[in-house]
Design a protein. Structure first.
Length: 159
């Protein structure tokens, strides 16, 4: 996809490319006009969305074009699929999470995932199980934008 990611169609990209005369600024303005007509999107909203996508690492700016980064590709390819790699089971850990109601789907995915690994519930958002957690799981949390709301702690038994 192009400059507007999911909002542009192939025909938008084609028209913008053909009429831009190899000028990226003209191409961007053509794309913006076409998307704006469809979505009634203001320039400020558009710029804020681009900024947020760059900040989250979903898009990158390279060679005068915005493209999907590896995180963006992973997000585009269904971030809610199961993480198949299992925890190493070298120690016990507690996973605590606080995910806002707006991200209910992410919270439910997280519960299903750790339940699949055999974690036991202590409270609704406090779970105990074997760890450490796989790196792919931590990367998925980052892609979904909830890494700051999920914490894991090592459990030590007192002897």
């Amino acid at each position: 996809m192009g400059y507007y990611l999911e909002e542009t169609t192939f025909s938008d990209e084609l028209i913008a490319f053909l009429f831009s005369c190899r000028s990226n600024s003209i191409r961007k303005s053509i794309l913006w006009e076409r998307v704006h007509k469809r979505n009634k999107l203001s320039r400020l909203t558009y710029n804020q969305n681009i900024y947020r996508l760059k900040k989250r690492g979903i898009i990158t700016y390279k060679d005068d074009f915005y493209t999907l980064s590896q995180n963006g590709i992973a997000l585009y390819n269904n971030p809610f699929r199961k993480v198949t790699e299992k925890p190493k089971k070298t120690k016990k850990i507690i996973v605590i999470f606080d995910i806002p109601e707006k991200k209910k789907k992410v919270r439910e995915w997280l519960r299903r995932q750790i339940k699949m690994w055999g974690f036991e519930i202590i409270q609704k958002s406090v779970w105990i199980g074997d760890g450490p957690l796989p790196k792919e799981f931590n990367k998925r949390l980052q892609i979904l934008g909830v890494e700051k709301g999920v914490r894991s702690f090592n459990v030590q038994t007192k002897q």
